[in-house]
Design a protein around this ligand. Structure first.
Ligand code: MN
Length: 338
């Protein structure tokens, strides 16, 4: 397979922050709220990871210089996790509007280099629909939802208007990790297992499983979901998920007569964020096909040079490599080819 044009690198899970969001986290950090992300940001704002905070706030020359040095053509930017989902609804709505306006200005300054995913106030579904429609109007390519919102998940009926709007707008929903809700996080707190080492994947994989197992996807047949971190473990589990689904379906009436693996292939795309592992990509390519896998840096949370190098070095068909590096992102997120 040959692409006939030069390889384009489009990174699709790339974080930024706005100062007002960090002010909001600072306010929450002063409270005694035990939310896992608030505890994380309490540490960050207390001085840990100062370089990451600086990188998150920078959507100008320094980020572009890093992209130029590594040959990254486009970053698809999204407000860093947990976005506005930890705030009271009114503040969440105001911050979502502000973040989307700021992102639109950034993209307008560098339209060939940046694209964006909308921030939405998930805790107020009616407001989330309005903001999603407005942000898509500003040019956003989809939306990002940082897993649970106050312990609730997108399969719940209260969020169906958001799924309906995303489907109608053909706006992919990127389900990004955050820490587990208070009801579940306890056992993960031993040995620092709440974050990227395991807890994020447990939480975000659960979110994907709820969408698959609830039957809700049958209501929104064109809904597009994106998972980072090579699918948060789901591709590896598809055989067992199908097997147990068939076993359980004898007792439980399901909303869809498709197997979970079929639903997954219909609705989900996965990205390589935080999984710079050729073996994992090789497995995912075999399981899902190359058109469902997109490259991501997970900037600034991963070491950027390695995120480019590992895929560049991989012995892959040139057309497959070009699709994963950028072609699939051009199609899924409608990022114009240069
Ligand atoms: Mn990320």
């Amino acid at each position: 397979m040959s692409t006939g044009r030069p390889l384009r690198r489009i990174a699709v899970e790339e974080a930024f922050a706005v100062p007002e969001q960090l002010d909001g986290y600072r306010d929450l950090a002063r409270s005694d709220w035990g939310d896992g992300d608030v505890r994380f940001w309490r540490a960050v704002l207390g001085g840990a990871f100062a370089d990451i905070v600086a990188d998150l706030l920078n959507v100008g020359p320094a980020r572009l210089a890093m992209m130029d040095r590594l040959g990254v053509d486009v970053q698809l930017l999204s407000l860093t996790s947990p976005g506005v989902q930890v705030f009271a609804p009114a503040r969440a709505s105001a911050l979502a509007r502000l973040a989307n306006d700021r992102l639109a200005e950034t993209i307008a300054r560098h339209p060939a280099r940046f694209a964006g995913l909308a921030t939405i106030p998930v805790q107020d579904p009616a407001a989330a629909v309005i903001e999603l429609e407005r942000a898509i109007g500003l040019g956003m390519k989809g939306t990002i939802v940082n897993s649970h919102t106050n312990g609730r998940y997108l399969d719940e009926e209260v969020f169906w208007p958001v799924l309906e709007a995303a489907e109608a707008l053909d706006a992919p929903i990127y389900i990004h990790p955050r820490t587990l809700p208070e009801a579940a996080i306890g056992p993960y707190q031993a040995h620092n297992l709440t974050g990227g080492i395991w807890g994020y994947a447990a939480e975000t994989g659960l979110h994907a499983m709820r969408l698959l197992a609830s039957g809700v996807l049958a209501r929104f047949p064109k809904l597009k979901i994106v998972l980072g971190h090579m699918g948060e473990g789901i591709p590896w589990w598809l055989y067992r998920i199908d097997y147990m689904w068939k076993l359980q379906s004898r007792r439980v009436l399901r909303g869809s007569n498709m197997l979970p693996s079929e639903l997954f292939r219909q609705h989900f795309w996965i990205t390589t964020s935080g999984m710079n592992d050729p073996d994992a990509l090789g497995f995912a390519l075999g399981k899902l096909g190359y058109e469902r896998i997109l490259w991501a840096m997970d900037y600034p949370y991963q070491e950027p040079d390695e995120t480019v190098r590992w895929l560049g070095d991989m012995d892959l068909d040139a057309g497959v490599k070009a699709a994963v590096f950028g072609g699939n992102a051009e199609r899924l997120f409608r990022i114009a080819a240069n």
